[in-house]
Write a protein that binds this ligand. Sequence first.
Ligand code: Z5A
Length: 212
Amino acid sequence: MTGRFIVFEGVEGCGKTTQLQKLQQWLQADSRFKHCSVLVTRQPGGSELGLQLRRLLLEPRPSEPMQDRAELFLYAADRAQHVEGFLKPQLAAGAIILCDRYTDSTIAYQGYGRGLNLTVIEQLNQLATDGLESDLTFWLDVDVEIGLARAKRRGSVDRIEQANLDFHRRVQQGYTKLAKAHPQRIVRIDAEPSQEQVAHQIQTILNQHFFP
Ligand code: Z5A
């Protein structure tokens, strides 16, 4: 039996964490999935090694700014560990996996945001994932300033949230291009309405096209 791999993507504060939890509860309450494990995980930080990489990646370091290519390789290392040690075995065992960020984040943040070469990033993604793609990716589309305001209201600000507004706008542009390029895999969700309305959009898509 093989499981299902569902990814959530979007700019800061778009509501991924909130919606991942809501979707996990919704799936667990549905008798169609009573024999499946429904697991929530994330990148970076979905493994023991990944948790250490996550700290390195996100903590502010004013004394020595992280170089863009160093950042790219750390995300790739986190992904390779997570795919081989967690995602592949859990999918092989039939789990439904809900993952906070995956390969599209690297294209949006390191590619469109930092300006690193997109072809190289795609090759690195391929190497890190060994070809494992999501079955479905929800792109929670919210205005960048609304997302950042939500993230700020929630509490402390990490190294990437501190980047300037232009950087986050380029990231958003990256997601827009990715969604156009991969309409079969990436589904845009309007993430500006209330949490309940966003959850309803996600459940409707899953009922209609994914778990009919
Ligand atoms: N990154 C990268 O550069 N390259 C890569 O390859 C990968 C990642 C994999 C991970 O940080 C960082 O790594 C990320 C990209 C980079 N950049 N940053 N910073 P993270 O996982 O800690 O942070 P995040 O992914 O950006 O998520 P977030 O800021 O925690 O936001 P979120 O999970 O999307 O949102 P949330 O926590 O569900 O909601 C934020 C707040 O808004 C919270 O108070 C909610 O109650 C509220 N909220 C949620 N939904 C709504 C609605 N609908 N209305 C109003 N308020 C809402």
